[in-house]
Design a protein around this ligand. Structure first.
Ligand code: NI
Length: 172
């Protein structure tokens, strides 16, 4: 297993819609393992394949670090099939390090996809799991948390973040 480089905003691949996976082969299973390793190493609760430079519909999620016992999930070609309620909470993203913002999401979601063996699975998510599922599937559609903010807040972010990155690089 290897820790992969996580692509950071504003890299273009993060805006790209990821392609459906037709063939779940050893190559995909290897990618899943590397993504799990990368997610844990970055202490994230989820990671989408385009965040490591592979524009394919695949994500891994493990919310057990932050919330009680939930299994590690690897989902291929995931889709949200049902949503209920709305809840706003603070959210971050490994591709926008150091930034947190409040995002409105559905409170409960039902997602469908394939597991690493290619078997169809359905996942019901509430709390952080619901949020992570929506966040990662957004990534696969080329959407970041900033795309879920109001245009005014987004403009403000863009201006501030450039400055923030510059400051981080100069070690201030
Ligand atoms: Ni993210």
């Amino acid at each position: 297993m290897a820790v992969l480089e996580i692509k950071k905003y504003p890299e273009k691949i993060l805006k790209q819609k990821a392609a459906f996976i037709n063939n779940i082969d050893a190559h995909i299973q290897h990618l899943i393992d590397d993504m799990i390793e990368t997610m844990y190493s970055a202490r994230g609760v989820g990671l989408a394949a385009n965040q490591v430079g592979i524009p394919k519909r695949l994500c891994v999620i493990d919310v057990s670090l932050k919330e009680d016992k939930k299994p590690l999930i690897a989902l291929i070609n995931p889709l949200i099939i049902e949503k209920e309620g709305t809840v706003e909470a603070e959210e971050g993203c490994l591709s926008i390090p150091g930034y947190m913002t409040n995002i409105k999401r559905a409170e409960r979601v039902y997602a469908r996809g394939l597991n690493r063996e290619g078997k169809p699975v359905e996942i019901e998510g509430t709390g952080l799991l619901a949020r992570a599922l929506q966040h990662e599937i957004d990534h696969l559609d080329g959407l970041l948390i900033i795309d879920r903010m109001s245009p005014i807040k987004r403009e403000f972010f863009k201006r501030r973040y450039k400055k923030f990155v510059k400051e981080m690089k100069s070690g201030r």
